[in-house]
Write a protein that binds this ligand. Sequence first.
Ligand SMILES: CC(C)(COP(=O)(O)OP(=O)(O)OC[C@H]1O[C@@H](n2cnc3c(N)ncnc32)[C@H](O)[C@@H]1OP(=O)(O)O)[C@@H](O)C(=O)NCCC(=O)NCCS
Length: 151
Amino acid sequence: MDLVIISDVRLSDFSDMMEIEKLSFPEPWDIDTFLAVYTGYGSKSLAARTKDSVVGYCLSRGMKDVLHILNLAVHPRFRHKGIARRLVEEMAAYARSTAKSIVLLEVRVNNIAAKSLYTSMGFEYVCTWKGYYEDTGEDASVMIMRTSKGK
Ligand SMILES: CC(C)(COP(=O)(O)OP(=O)(O)OC[C@H]1O[C@@H](n2cnc3c(N)ncnc32)[C@H](O)[C@@H]1OP(=O)(O)O)[C@@H](O)C(=O)NCCC(=O)NCCS
């Protein structure tokens, strides 16, 4: 596989990211949503890139004590290679380095791949938000990782 580097998202990454988003979610974010998160207060956005293109991304927003992961996706051709794990590890390291004690996220209850990833990284189930996803009415599992014992 090509060398994959993790670094901050740049504006020029957005067309690749939109493509991955469309391939990854039934109700993909539009460009306005991406830009609002990217430019919003406390934003931290990471891209996984080869020499040719962006192959994955993770977007988050930091609050005082909490880093909230808002989006994570990897291009289908680049899945099962540990890229999502590296993106989330880098986010957790960023949270630790900015004195945030918790990384928080929501995941669809039926998203087995993402839930396996998060559980294997030390995220713990907190609660269920019933009917959280408007498109399907699906429930969300809320999960957290405490950075002091993050992996
Ligand atoms: C979920 C997703 C980000 C995983 O990306 P990835 O780069 O393939 O994941 P990794 O290779 O880093 O996998 C790390 C771990 O996640 C779990 N995992 C990943 N894909 C899995 C799958 N299809 N089934 C079960 N477990 C899976 C495994 O525990 C894996 O560890 P292992 O390789 O040692 O078995 C990717 O499948 C994706 O983009 N899905 C669509 C978008 C999405 O659901 N995003 C998450 C929203 S909360």
